[in-house]
Design a protein around this ligand. Structure first.
Ligand code: HAM
Length: 402
């Protein structure tokens, strides 16, 4: 009998896993630089949390949730996204005022799998709660922007929009609905079906782009407060030198957003999975979950998509493989010393012949082979192009690490 990973899930192994490790460790670094401590919430939550948080008419809630009854007959759901859980944790903590959290972990959506669209996928993200300042939006957007660049993704477009709030959006949605109703016959079936249920989502349709070119724009219907907020967000991005495009059709797939909505789009990737991340402001979400009002803003980035865009990593998981000519006990002892000095070293523990140890070094992609000959404290350093004999206590310096 043999098993495969469930449809839409992946085993992540070397050499690709090195890109994961590097990218996730870069995320720890960048989220810490912006002052976001780690927040970790359960991978499953009460189903109701997502239904109330994400919105009953969204695709995520109606079609994509992994929901089941646990042994105690409670309906629970594997988290399809992180914001609802983090806001619940914030409300449960009883904290008042500004609060930040960064997360990183697996999420689950029952999607039709393809490259970059998985049923289990990895997101990193932040939530900044307890402030309605437009500068919080700017800070959050900047963090995503800087991290994506630091990760090595070249061509990434930042799209920004405002989708208003509960003061101005209902009137706009009605105007939009009337416009769409007149176009019902020429729109795709998928869009026509959304007109009554969720007209904003029609704007997202790629198929009907031409028909929607003259659709009314939320940006022209913002109330004064939302317009002012939007202006300040854009001015803040300008002042940090962050390039963006205003996209009046950007609406996002989750219903909790108010005012700012944004997406990072990798222009080098296929259209189907080129949104490497997105987020926005969600000032009404805490109340929708039964808590006090707590405005917030955040984003999540899809690590599977970022890794896909990066391609196969050049960096290997090892700095060196240690070949021991005097047996595995010596090998492990010397490796232990180099590891303590910070080198990433692997070594044979089975007492394999020297030739087999060299083969292992090649198979693991080690860029350097260190050969321990047992004569005093000297070690042979071999790379493709050079060979040198060094005292053991100079090896780490040779790698340029200390
Ligand atoms: P989202 O746009 O649904 O937003 O997901 C964010 C990112 O996660 C997407 O841009 C994409 O890169 C990745 N992603 C989503 N679904 C999949 C999938 N099936 N396979 C691979 N990658 C996927 C959110 O989840 C919001 N919680 C973001 C947010 C945080 N808004 C405010 N705070």
């Amino acid at each position: 009998m043999s098993f495969q990973p469930p449809k839409g899930t992946d085993d992540i192994t070397a050499p690709q896993s090195q890109a994961w490790r590097d990218t996730l460790s870069l995320w720890e670094d960048w989220s810490a630089r912006f002052g976001y401590p780690l927040v970790s919430t359960p991978i499953f939550e009460a189903t109701d949390l997502f239904e109330r948080g994400i919105g009953q008419v969204t695709e995520v809630v109606t079609k994509q949730m992994y929901t089941f009854l646990d042994q105690g007959d409670r309906s629970v759901t594997l988290r399809p996204e992180g914001t609802a859980g983090v806001v619940r944790a914030y409300l449960d903590s009883g904290h008042q005022g500004p609060w930040k959290g960064a997360y990183s972990g697996p999420f689950f959506r029952y999607e039709r799998p393809q490259a970059g669209r998985r049923r289990q996928f990895w997101q990193v993200g932040v939530e900044y709660l307890g402030t309605s300042s437009p500068l919080a939006d700017v800070e959050v957007i900047e963090l995503g922007h800087r991290f994506i660049r630091a990760a090595g993704l070249g061509e990434v477009d930042l799209l920004v929009n405002s989708i208003g709030d509960r003061t101005c959006r209902p009137g706009y949605v009605e105007t939009l609905r009337r416009f769409l109703d007149q176009k019902r016959d020429v729109l795709s079936d998928e869009s026509a079906a959304l007109i009554d249920r969720n007209p904003l989502r029609v704007l997202d349709s790629k198929e009907d782009r031409a028909e929607l070119a003259d659709a009314p724009r939320m940006l022209d219907h913002l109330c004064d407060e939302c317009a002012e907020h939007h202006k300040k967000v854009e001015a803040g991005l300008d002042s940090l030198g962050i390039t963006y495009h205003e996209d009046p059709n950007l609406v996002r797939g989750l219903d909790y957003y108010t005012r700012t909505a944004f997406e990072y789009v990798a222009t080098g990737l296929d259209a189907a999975q080129n949104a490497v991340g997105g987020g926005g402001r969600y000032d009404d979400l805490a109340e929708a979950l039964g808590g006090d009002r707590a405005p917030g803003v955040g984003f999540a980035l899809g690590i599977d998509r970022i890794i896909l865009a990066l391609g196969t990593p050049e960096r290997r998981h090892l700095d060196a493989y240690l070949v021991s000519e005097t047996g595995p006990d010596d090998g492990l002892r010397v490796a232990s010393r180099l590891r303590a000095e910070g080198l990433r070293v692997d070594v044979d523990v089975d007492g394999k012949p020297v030739k087999a140890q060299f083969r292992a070094a090649r198979r693991l992609g080690a860029p350097v082979v260190l050969v321990w000959k047992g004569d005093g404290h000297l070690i042979d350093v071999q790379t493709e192009g050079e060979r040198a004999e060094l005292p053991l206590d100079e090896v780490t310096r040779w790698f340029g690490r200390s």
